[in-house]
Design a protein around this ligand. Structure first.
Ligand code: ZN
Length: 152
C-alpha cells in the first residue's frame, strides 16, 4: 500500500497516545512502532487478566462443588453456596432446558438449578462442552465409534 502525506481532511490520531498521524498509509493507526507495541501489549494484558480472573473464579467454584460432593451433598440453596464463595455467574457450560430449570457445569461437575436451589450435583464422566468428535466414515461400520457427544 503506497504511503502518502495525509491531508487535513484525513486527520487521524494515534490509538495509543492520541498524537496526530502526519504521514503513512491511509489505514495507519499509530504514530510510531513504540505506540503500536504499547497498544497491543496493553490489549493482551487485558485479555490475560480477564482469563486469569475467570480461571480463578472457576477454580474456586470447582473447589466448592468438590467439597460438597465429598461431603455427600447434592443439594444446596443458592444463598448458602454463595456464602461459601461460589460465583453463580461463572460456569464452564450451561444449558437452559426451560425458563425455570437450567443445567450447569463447572468442568466435570454438573448441577441443575431451579429458582433458589441447586440440586443433582454430580460428576459427569463425559462433561458437556467437550469438543464434539464427528464419527469417521472411513471406519468399518462394526468398529466402535469413538466417544461422541451430541450437544443439543
Ligand atoms: Zn502514538
Amino acid at each position: 500500500m503506497p504511503y502518502k502525506i495525509l491531508q487535513y481532511s484525513d486527520q487521524k490520531y494515534c490509538l495509543q497516545c492520541g498524537s496526530r498521524i502526519l504521514y503513512g498509509r491511509p489505514d495507519k493507526k499509530f504514530c510510531c512502532v513504540k505506540c503500536k507495541d504499547l497498544f497491543h501489549n496493553n490489549e493482551q494484558k487485558v485479555v490475560r487478566e480477564m482469563r486469569n480472573k475467570l480461571t480463578t473464579i472457576l477454580s474456586r467454584n470447582y473447589q466448592i462443588l468438590s467439597v460438597l460432593l465429598k461431603a455427600g451433598r447434592t443439594t444446596i440453596h443458592v444463598a448458602d453456596i454463595q456464602a461459601m464463595g461460589y460465583n453463580i455467574n461463572c460456569v464452564s457450560w450451561c444449558y437452559c432446558e426451560s425458563s425455570r430449570t437450567s443445567d450447569f457445569a463447572c468442568y466435570d461437575i454438573l448441577y441443575s438449578k431451579s429458582g433458589l436451589k441447586i440440586y443433582n450435583i454430580r460428576r459427569a464422566p463425559n462433561p458437556p462442552g467437550r469438543p464434539v468428535v464427528k464419527s469417521d466414515k472411513t471406519k468399518a461400520p462394526d468398529e466402535p465409534v469413538p466417544d461422541v457427544q451430541i450437544l443439543k
